[in-house]
Ligand binder design. Structure first.
Ligand SMILES: [Zn+2]
Length: 349
């Protein structure tokens, strides 16, 4: 049922809307049509007709009816004016100051969902939240991905999301009063990106030089951030299917275009290596001594005589087989990294 608004009140409110409109400009006649529709009339003609002819059929305006209509008005005003709900609320408080002043709490965010985080998702939250529901308040309709990141968990770490028990993907738009549960990888439905299906290249940020070396020793293709690869490019590369971004920078993981990625929990390089081997199940993919630890190039067996000038004489005499990086020409033999690599790989098993 439309509301009874006197012509005088409507006239004042048109002025207020024009004066306080959140964007550059709204004309008086546009503001008048908007207000007529806000209060439940089809158009100005409908407003004039009903207000004159059947005022008793209209809802009277008082504190109670304004409060009751508040949420509906916020949504309608936002939609009619193409403004967001916060702007709509601000305008309503300007239009009805007397009735709304005692109800300032209405300006707070409109909706609440409950979130519960599981497993390693809790690594990003206060541990006291384990097994507890966390309230998340919002206006409009954020995606569940944005809400999860606003609470603190970067999206690449999320393997599964349920809303009231049903699996959804990142694009689901939140509504009021839902129960959202967030699970880490691996998660059975596979709705959210975990790791590339085909062969993968690791992208490591600038702080992970040692982990890069270990992964290369084990034969994994690794790009390491240097002066040439900044955050922007790392994030850009990681949105394609074949890259896994590894970093200790949570902000980098929250970039929207990052797809497959992991926040490295450990700070000690060997522990980091084991962490990655376990998380991505890499043990049976080891190909030691196939990749150059310096430049990521392929290393190939090479004729012993041809590298004579490049290695110390004693090494040349004592070793039988040599390999060389096809890209940077670094020469490898069993004595150099062999024992160290073997130890690290054995420890990872
Ligand atoms: Zn090399």
């Amino acid at each position: 049922m439309p509301f009874y608004i006197s012509q005088n009140t409507l006239k004042q409110q048109v002025k207020l809307v024009v004066k306080n409109w959140p964007f550059a400009e709204i004309k008086s006649h546009q503001a008048r049509i908007l207000l007529c529709k806000l209060y439940g009339f089809e158009n100005q003609h409908d407003y004039l007709k009903k207000t004159h002819e059947t005022p008793s059929s209209l809802t009277p305006i008082n504190e109670q009816t304004v409060i009751n209509a508040y949420l509906q008005w916020v949504k309608r005003l936002a939609k009619l004016g193409s403004i967001n709900e916060i702007q709509a609320k601000n305008l309503l408080h300007i239009l009805w100051p007397t009735y709304l002043a005692p109800h300032k709490h209405l300006k707070e965010k409109l909706y609440t969902c409950k979130f519960k985080f599981h497993g390693t998702c809790l690594d990003f939250l206060n541990q006291a939240t384990e097994d507890k529901w966390v309230d998340y308040k919002f206006d409009d309709r954020p995606s569940v991905k944005d809400a999860i990141e606003a609470i603190g968990v970067p999206h690449p770490e999320v393997g599964g999301i349920t809303i009231d028990g049903t699996d959804v993907d990142f694009n689901y738009l939140l509504e009021d009063a839902r129960e959202v549960e967030v699970y880490p990888h691996p998660y059975e439905t596979g709705l959210l990106p975990y790791k590339p299906e085909r062969k993968s290249t690791f992208l490591l940020d600038v702080h992970l030089a040692k982990l890069t070396r270990y992964l290369r020793m084990a034969g994994f293709d690794c790009l390491h951030e240097s002066k040439d690869i900044g955050d922007e490019l790392l994030a850009h590369l990681s949105q394609t299917n074949d890259y896994i971004l590894l970093t200790r920078d949570i902000g980098l993981l929250k970039r929207g275009n990052v797809k497959h990625a992991r926040w490295i929990r450990n700070t000690e390089p060997q522990a980091q290596f084991k962490e990655i081997v376990d998380y991505y199940d890499l043990l049976d993919k080891f190909k030691p001594f196939s990749r150059c630890v310096k430049c990521n190039g392929d290393i190939q067996p090479i004729n012993k005589e041809s590298i004579k000038p490049a290695v110390p004489g004693q090494i040349f005499e004592s070793q039988e087989s040599f390999k060389q990086c096809a890209h940077c020409n670094q020469v490898y033999w069993k004595g150099s990294h062999y024992d160290k690599i073997k130890n690290i790989l054995l420890q990872a098993e």
